[in-house]
Design a binder for this molecule. Structure first.
Ligand SMILES: Nc1nc2c(c(=O)[nH]1)N[C@H]1C(S)=C(S)[C@@H](COP(=O)(O)OP(=O)(O)OC[C@H]3O[C@@H](n4cnc5c(=O)[nH]c(N)nc54)[C@H](O)[C@@H]3O)O[C@H]1N2
Ligand SMILES: Nc1nc2c(c(=O)[nH]1)N[C@H]1C(S)=C(S)[C@@H](COP(=O)(O)OP(=O)(O)OC[C@H]3O[C@@H](n4cnc5c(=O)[nH]c(N)nc54)[C@H](O)[C@@H]3O)O[C@H]1N2
Ligand code: SF4
Ligand SMILES: [Mo]
Length: 697
């Protein structure tokens, strides 16, 4: 057979995923793409990508893509729109912002964004506009402030051993990440270790997800109990003389104090908290205690509990007690954010920051838009918003409040989007956005070590503009001043590379990639951890944790100083006897891909998994429509019997569009926006709820 050869071009996946895969994209005539493949030349991607991005043609060429600016007619959310020109849309927006500023001050405008694209130019340019205009600040809390502090509390730095070393481990502990669904490349390297070296794969999660099904040792514990497991494991390691005392002496702050303190953290104590048997805990401790090349791959899952920062610190501490950091294929990894040391001055407008401007918490958007004085940090109301690359009406906690905020008649909302999302539906003005293959950008991997180029490969549909174009066009109308507003994305990438010590765009355009992996000794902290005394900290002064962010905000509760189980969870009660986690689905990425047929077909419908014994107690049959409820609201979906979780735990996978639920209330109706310690962040998997059959009236 004579196969026609379709040209493939390099790109980078822009989605909010630690893998940031390097891609080979089939480019067809007439601005069409074919299939997308994983690039072989990027050694972490190693030719493998997830299915939903492989079939990206379905998304980029989707018939429902937004291509015309729209102005609301009728009530907010009525679904009726006028088509308008780009000039009209931008003029209207600029006028509304100026009006709000004149009447209520610059902080009444809140530019709001997230990681729909991880491209630095397109994602973060909105910050340049807000800094130049002194608009309210965006304190990014989702994914960041519950996870990172706990890792950094020990190591002093958000970086770790080369994730490719998982392939050289004798044991890979996949903890709180459903890697098969959310970052498939972890599996590539872990499986290689199993195949080539007979390595064991341990998975620690709260349900038997696709990743746990691949495990040699599966630990299915109660939500929010990871700190207890970690402490009992360290107790056993000291008890059985499996701790590396020489390493601890040289590289940790207070090993003797830790050992003494852990005496009471017995397997029996942890068994009662985790729901694991003491045998399971002993077995896990023995396995890693006798396997120096153990790689702890710590994901986001267990940090989406109110005690998450304390728990990830406890888990990271095991690697130190064992001295795993010393070995190739050993150590603990969460994210590589710190290795890139990018100078973001031009993109973010860091040189025009006014530090007196208030920061508003991303997770608290519902409270902010409904006038909660604490969430508004004592300032005036938010009157106008520019929203790019995020879908808060679907993904943010306390959805009832979020919706109440967005229907406000006195709030002007402009949403820059690719699709008619739950958030776009609530806009006054909608602006159609380009997709990653239609603009230039620069990406880095949180879960690996590459800076990676994403070049424009096809023309956007007529009518779509990139985030950068919108920000620059608004800046002009608003009189915002910064050199970045007159640069092209390519010039911006070049400036950023040159000022960060990573060469230039010319070089990147030739190579596509820069491998930023630090040397072995640095990555494994063999020259010392990133504290003045070079020692890993078991004992944490949380106020001193350098979170590379805009926080801290507070005040927050006191945290334990040594690794522990910290019981600040949203515990089950008589009225709300179940604990619900809203874990990610495989075919969606947050609320993205909920518009593509193939993903919807594979996911089915909004579902909650329940243990059959619980279901029997609650009179719930397989497939029944049920209602989940708590203080924050109620959600309707269908029950599915599932034995792979502990009784009392419920799992609802995926963030379905609100309209996929019978009465338009999405899963985040049930999640809370209280600021978890130490620096805030929404505890998406830490909810108490009631469940009952939904009876039609
Ligand atoms: N297919 C797909 N891929 C994605 C995403 C998606 O929605 N879908 N989201 C992307 C984004 S934005 C992110 S941040 C990453 C997140 O990806 P992950 O690092 O995988 O983190 P989570 O999505 O929070 O959840 C991971 C697992 O943690 C489990 N978990 C919940 N509570 C606990 C607990 O207390 N202890 C333990 N041990 N486990 C717990 C959940 O059940 C889930 O199986 O994935 C990205 N990739
Ligand atoms: N219940 C529950 N809720 C959760 C989570 C959970 O596990 N459970 N996970 C949380 C997590 S980890 C995260 S990170 C958040 C993510 O929440 P979001 O950041 O809102 O992510 P998405 O839902 O993927 O929405 C991104 C939107 O950006 C748009 N977009 C993509 N590229 C561009 C672009 O170049 N320009 C513009 N203008 N728009 C673009 C997409 O069309 C999409 O609608 O959700 C959180 N919400
Ligand atoms: S695994 Fe993550 S980074 Fe890789 S292609 Fe899929 S969504 Fe993109
Ligand atoms: Mo995320």
């Amino acid at each position: 057979m004579n196969k026609q050869i379709i040209p493939r071009h390099f790109s980078t996946c822009p989605h909010d995923c630690p893998s940031a895969c390097a891609l080979d994209v089939e480019v067809l005539p007439h601005n069409k793409i074919g299939r997308i493949y994983g690039s072989e030349k990027q050694t972490y991607t190693a030719g493998v990508i997830c299915a939903k991005v492989a079939r990206y043609a379905e998304r980029i060429h989707h018939k429902d893509r937004l291509t015309k600016p729209l102005l609301r007619k009728g009530e907010k959310g009525s679904g009726q729109w006028h088509e308008i020109s780009w000039d009209e849309a931008l003029d209207l927006t600029a006028e509304a912002f100026k009006k709000a500023e004149t009447a209520y001050g610059s902080e009444s405008i809140w530019p709001y964004y997230y990681a729909g694209t991880m491209g630095l130019v397109m994602r973060d340019g909105i910050n340049r506009l807000r800094h130049a205009m002194k608009y309210s600040g965006f304190y990014s809390t989702i994914c960041v402030t519950l996870a990172r502090p706990g890792y950094i509390a020990g190591t002093g730095l958000l970086a770790g051993p080369d994730p490719r070393e998982m392939a050289k481990s004798d044991c890979v502990v996949i903890w709180g990440t459903n890697a098969v669904a959310t970052q498939v490349n972890v599996m590539t390297h872990a499986m290689r270790a199993r195949k080539e070296r007979g390595a064991k794969i341990v998975v620690i999660d709260i349900y038997q997800n696709a990743t746990m099904q691949q495990a040699d040792l599966a630990l299915c514990l109660k939500p929010g109990s990871d700190g207890a497991l970690a402490c009992a494991v360290m107790h056993i390691l000291f008890r059985d003389n499996l701790a590396d005392r020489d390493y601890l002496e040289r590289f940790s702050d207070c090993p003797n104090e830790l050992e003494a303190y852990l005496k009471s953290r017995t397997p029996e104590w942890a068994s009662a908290i985790t729901g694991l048997t003491t045998d399971e805990i002993e077995h896990f401790a023995k396995l890693i205690g006798t396997t120096k090349k153990t790689f702890f791959r710590l994901g986001y899952g267990f940090t989406r509990q109110r005690n998450g920062s304390v728990a990830i610190h406890a888990a990271t501490s095991i690697a130190t007690v064992l001295g795993c950091w010393q070995y190739e294929g050993g150590g603990a990894f969460h994210n590589n954010g710190a290795i890139y040391h990018l100078n973001k001055t031009m993109i973010d407008g860091l040189d025009v920051i006014d530090p007196t401007i208030r920061m508003l918490d991303q997770s608290q958007i519902g409270r902010i838009l409904t006038g909660d004085t604490q969430a508004l940090r004592g300032g005036g109301p938010v009157k106008a918003m520019l929203i790019q690359s995020t879908n808060p009406v679907s993904v943010s906690p306390e959805q009832e409040l979020v919706k109440k905020g967005f229907v406000r008649d006195d709030l002007f909302t402009v949403v820059h989007e690719q699709f008619m999302t739950d958030t776009a539906k609530m806009a006054d003005v909608i602006l159609p956005a380009t997709m990653f293959l239609e603009h230039d950008d620069l990406y880095y991997g949180g879960g690996q070590q590459y800076l990676s180029y994403g070049k424009k490969l096809v023309e956007a549909p007529e009518g779509c503009k990139s985030n950068h174009e919108v920000i620059c066009a608004l800046a002009k109308r608003l009189g915002a001043e910064h050199a970045g507003f007159s640069m092209s994305p390519r010039a911006m990438i070049d400036w950023t590379l040159q000022n960060s010590g990573w060469g230039s765009l010319d070089q990147l355009a030739k190579d596509d990639l820069i491998d930023c992996q630090p040397d072995f000794e640095t990555a494994h902290y063999l020259k010392g951890f990133n504290w003045p005394d070079g020692k890993y900290r078991f004992k944490v002064d949380w106020s001193q944790v350098p979170l590379a962010n805009d926080g801290p905000m507070g005040p927050f509760a006191d945290l334990p100083t040594l690794p522990d189980h910290w019981n600040v969870l949203e515990s089950a009660t008589k009225d709300y006897p179940f604990r619900l986690a809203t874990s990610p689905s495989r075919q969606f990425l947050n609320s993205t891909f909920t518009e593509t047929e193939s993903s919807i077909k594979r996911e089915g419908r909004p579902t909650v998994m329940i243990h059959p014994l619980d279901a029997a107690k609650m009179n719930i049959q397989e497939g029944d429509e049920v209602e989940l409820s708590n203080e924050r609201g109620a959600v309707r979906l269908h029950a599915h019997y599932f034995e792979g979780l502990q009784q009392g735990v419920l799992i609802a996978e995926g963030i379905w569009p609100n309209s996929a639920h019978p009465d338009g209330r999405g899963i985040n109706t049930l999640t809370g926006a209280d600021q978890a310690a130490p620096f805030g962040g929404a505890a998406f998997h830490d909810n108490h709820v009631a469940i009952r059959p939904y009876l039609q009236h």
